[in-house]
Design a protein around this ligand. Structure first.
Ligand SMILES: [Zn+2]
Ligand SMILES: [Zn+2]
Length: 310
């Protein structure tokens, strides 16, 4: 599981900072989460292959989270994309995008599917044999969802030495990986535990932006490996956080602690702050394992025990 931060600042794009967008690679699938202005340039700068993105998840319809979307859809068209593109986002997103395409007389050569969200309960928005994605209903000035990305438990790992010692033919390997015991020609039963190791533990990533402090999300994000939680403000501006329905670094840390996540990533910093280290310092008064996101930063969650490459 690998996360690339394309943009992690609130509100306006600036010379060196971008509004929200992230790419999550999970079990060879690539998901785009939010699509602020500048996302395409950031995708190119970070050498991410556009064509691998088939599902885009939009948290809410504030501009700093989706004003890059119509541009990206248009670029896919110019690149002669053929593959279906799925957009998951709040009700209204279809109308907005189609209106822009209509008045520019632009039509995609690929199928564009909109999956509009209206529920205030967590719901499954994507599922295949390896990954499941659910919404995390958030509390913000307009209808907003975060997204929980979970790997499904994979096959057991083959103990190559053991299967070779028993001279088991390769055609049985998939059955063994699926957990089946093996009966040898002489009738001896070899239990699966002698032929396999436990599968790699599945990981999960919870994305929560934008939101005010909201304990209702705790049951959904509980025990997640990684939590990205917005921290638009520091406690010194707690009144602004409350008024604009955003969170402070301290509040994000309390959520991380109560949800028992392994690691907290901070982002969506208000551009009023010139030193984002202050967010980490404030959060670490509550919760130890905190990392700051920043544009262009990559986090590799497959590294042993959620070690992080910075
Ligand atoms: Zn925002
Ligand atoms: Zn917002």
């Amino acid at each position: 599981m690998k996360l690339t931060i394309l943009g992690c600042y609130a509100a306006t794009p600036r010379t060196l900072t971008n509004p929200t967008s992230q790419v999550l690679e999970i079990r060879n699938r690539m998901f785009l989460i939010d699509c602020g202005e500048g996302t395409q340039v950031q995708l190119r700068k970070n050498k991410i292959r556009f064509s691998k993105i088939n599902h885009i998840f939009i948290s809410h319809l504030h501009g700093d989270h989706f004003y890059g979307l119509v541009g990206l859809i248009s670029t896919f068209m110019l690149l002669n994309r053929q593959t279906d593109l799925h957009i998951h986002g709040p009700k209204g997103i279809k109308e907005i995008i189609l209106l822009q395409l209509k008045y520019s007389n632009s039509y995609t050569g690929y199928n564009l599917y909109f999956h509009e969200l209206t529920s205030n309960e967590s719901e499954i928005v994507y599922e295949d044999e390896k990954v499941i994605i659910k919404t995390i209903p958030l509390k913000h000035r307009i209808y907003t969802n975060g997204f929980l990305f979970q790997e499904k438990i994979g096959d057991r790992k083959l103990n190559v030495e053991a299967v070779q010692n028993y001279n088991i033919e390769t055609c049985y390997y998939q059955n063994i990986k699926n957990g089946k015991d093996i009966i040898l020609d002489n009738g001896t039963i070899i239990p699966n535990t002698k032929l396999t190791f436990d599968p790699i533990p599945p990981k999960s990533y919870a994305y929560c932006s934008d939101t005010m402090y909201n304990e209702a999300i705790l049951p959904i994000i509980k025990d997640a490996d990684i939590l990205y939680h917005e921290t638009t403000f520091l406690e010194t501006e707690a009144d602004k956080a409350e008024k604009t329905m955003h969170s402070t670094a301290k509040e994000a840390a309390i959520i991380a602690q109560k949800a028992n996540v392994k690691c907290l990533l901070l982002g969506h910093y208000s551009t009023r702050y010139s030193n984002i280290e202050l967010f980490k310092e404030e959060a670490q008064t509550i919760f130890e394992n905190v990392e700051l996101t920043d544009d262009g930063k990559t986090f590799d969650f497959d590294y042993e025990s959620i070690g992080i490459y910075l």
